[in-house]
Design a protein around this ligand. Structure first.
Ligand code: GTP
Ligand code: SPV
Ligand code: MN
Length: 591
């Protein structure tokens, strides 16, 4: 084995880590092993290499300083839930909502595929932290990968390099992640988790959530398993801070399924009619939460960057995201303009002639195809965000006052309502439904149950997960209030009934006012709901009739909703907490 460059040659003294890296190198037989330190010099070196290999294309330095462009294999553009496994000794531990395989069998199969799999390539050793350095919630991971694209993305999405090795010291408590693109064959694509071993193995993909192992694999699937055992929660949630003109800060976490508005909500700009109000971002995708000594629920964002949906992002819908991705960003599967700029459906200006689509083909609006893949993404450091909350960088975490659940629902679900209490709120999360999106391979626009937006991400039995949610309440003397929202309800003409984006601030304001005991609500069959008068409607033409339509509880729609919820409960019957069955009965009798 050679170490052909001055970069990447210095390995740390940690014996456990070194032995494991040697073992995997012996299995995968890369041409060289490259130890990442996370430095600026190393970044420049890696970028140069990625461009030379054609993995990345340098974008227009004047328009997009420090930005790069990547096209993935067209067969590899989203998460693959059917190839994602939770490998626990007993099938029951993974539960009916996860794919399962016995660890022994899966290790054997994966090691077989990995044998010699990195021949001719470099194996990068990527040490990283999920969470701010020094936070008691922070976890250490090491990802071994043969993808330079993964290294450069992990560098943005996590605290990568020396900082992680320093926190590890001579310890052996780190997540072991192995990733190889192999030949990027969908038939040989597996994303496997071994929660008991704190190990992840991902083969056959080079895309986002399948391969940035700190994100969905560690921070959610393995994280949720660790959290259950250690008394904390790993959730698919954004975290934001609402600051009032008087300087009052309220922290809110919200779980919306993939491509259902977390990044947008986390960076929201209040409408002009609310001067002095400010939203700052703590996180846009993942929250780790733990009850504090004061009985409140504290949250950190384990990530350091945003891997966000490009289509639909523009200076009107999300100006803060546009500013965040104006520099030092990697773009994946968007369209490329002739002057080295990027484009996607729903960007501010139309695409200039000569634009190439995400597959590299000459594109025009008449082609009838999308120029950018619907799941095309940007990877940007969170420190680029003009409204980054300073708390995002601090180890202590923020006390959460409200948890919001929300799905993408054309019907049934009103714009906003509040749960009666914690158990009812857990029921709202547990029974959440949402239409499927391009974030995962499969059919689009089908309503499915996606409990707490965690269906693809819960690393153990979903029934036990609900129990964990209920149990956390015991450590909270001041629990967050729980709400449900739906920005996506449609009218008979298939138009959204609610303008969404920045206007969501109006809803958020009612939510925080409820938390502080300042806003009124009426009791309905499904929860507490606001009156039209509760909102400040200045600056927006939103008549009462439209609001009523958006808030309507339709008996027939709720009948279907209950049947669909019951199907999930039947699937989970043997571990479903009785509290949730009672909640269902109460709802039926109220309806
Ligand atoms: P993941 O990164 O996949 O977990 O997604 P996310 O939840 O962060 O979703 P994101 O904020 O990126 O939004 C996904 C899509 O929904 C984008 O195309 C947005 O433009 C659109 N969207 C976000 N918020 C709203 C809203 O309030 N109303 C409407 N109609 N669309 C929205
Ligand atoms: C999601 O699908 O929820 C994402 C994108 O946040 S990925 O990291 O690809 O899973
Ligand atoms: Mn996500």
């Amino acid at each position: 084995m050679e170490t052909g460059t001055a970069f990447g040659t210095s390995s740390p003294n940690n014996v456990t880590l070194k032995k494991w890296v040697e073992k995997i190198a012996a299995l995968t037989t890369p041409d060289q092993v490259f130890w990442c330190d996370g430095s600026e010099e190393e970044k420049a070196h890696l970028l140069e290499g990625a461009v030379a290999q054609g993995v990345l294309l340098k974008l227009n330095e004047e328009k997009l300083p420090g930005c790069y462009y990547h096209r993935s294999n067209p067969n590899d553009v989203a998460r693959v839930e059917q190839c994602t496994y939770i490998c626990t000794p007993a099938r029951d531990e993974a539960g009916p909502t996860n794919h399962w395989a016995p660890p022994r069998d899966m290790y054997e199969k994966l090691y077989g595929m990995l044998r010699g799999g990195m021949k001719g390539r470099t194996m990068y050793v990527v040490p990283y932290l999920m969470g701010p350095p020094g936070s008691p919630l922070t976890k250490i991971g090491v990802e071994l990968t043969d993808s330079i694209y993964v290294v450069l993305n992990m560098r943005i999405m996590s605290r990568m390099g020396r900082v992680a090795l320093e926190q590890l010291g001579d310890g052996d408590d780190f997540n072991r992640g192995i990733h190889s693109v192999l030949d990027c064959n969908p038939e040989r694509r597996f994303i496997c988790h071994f929660p008991q071993d704190n190990t992840i193995i991902s083969v056959g993909s080079g895309y986002g959530g399948n391969v940035l192992l700190g994100k969905k694999c560690l921070a959610l699937r393995v994280g949720s398993y660790l959290g259950r055992n250690q008394g904390w929660m790993a959730e698919h949630m954004l975290i934001l801070c609402v600051e009032s003109p008087a300087g009052e800060k309220t922290y809110v976490a919200a779980a919306f399924p993939s491509a259902c508005g977390k990044t947008n909500f986390a960076m929201l700009i209040p409408p002009d009619q609310f001067p002095g109000w400010k939203i700052t971002t703590i996180g846009d995708d993942i929250a780790w939460m733990k009850p504090g000594a004061d009985g409140r629920l504290y949250a950190i964002n384990p990530e350091a960057g945003y891997f966000g949906v490009a289509p639909g992002t523009n200076y009107k819908s999300n100006p803060n995201a546009m500013r965040t991705i104006a520099r030092d960003t990697i773009y994946t599967n968007v369209a490329l303009t002739p002057d080295g700029d990027v484009w996607w459906e729903g960007k501010d200006e139309p695409a200039p002639p000569g634009t190439l689509d995400w597959k590299g083909q000459l594109w025009s609006p008449e082609s009838g195809e999308k120029a950018a893949h619907p799941n095309s993404r940007f990877t940007a450091p969170m420190t680029n965000n003009p409204v980054l909350a300073p708390e995002a960088l601090e180890a202590a975490g923020v006390p959460i006052s409200a948890i919001i659940f929300g799905g993408r629902r054309a019907t049934t679900m009103p714009l906003v309502f509040q749960s009666f209490n914690w158990v009812h709120g857990v029921y709202l999360g547990a029974t959440m439904g949402s239409e499927t999106t391009a974030a995962a391979v499969g059919s689009l626009g089908q309503v499915r149950r996606d409990p707490m937006a965690m269906l693809p991400f819960c690393g153990y039995n979903m029934g036990d997960y609900f129990n964990h949610w209920l149990g956390i309440r015991r450590d909270l003397s001041d629990p967050p209030r729980i709400f449900h929202v739906n920005w996506f309800r449609k009218d008979a003409d298939d138009e959204f009934l609610w303008p969404g984006f920045g206007e969501n601030f109006r809803i958020l304001q009612w939510v925080i006012d409820r938390c502080h005991g300042r806003a009124k609500a009426r009791e309905t069959q499904i929860g507490w709901m606001p009156h039209y008068e509760e909102f400040d409607w200045t600056g927006i033409d939103y008549p009462r009739e439209k609001f009523d339509e958006c808030m309507r509880i339709d008996g027939n729609e709720w009948r279907r909703e209950l049947i669909s919820q019951t199907e999930l409960f039947l699937t989970l019957h043997d571990r479903l907490p009785k509290e949730l069955i009672f909640q269902r009965e109460l709802l039926v009798s109220r309806l």
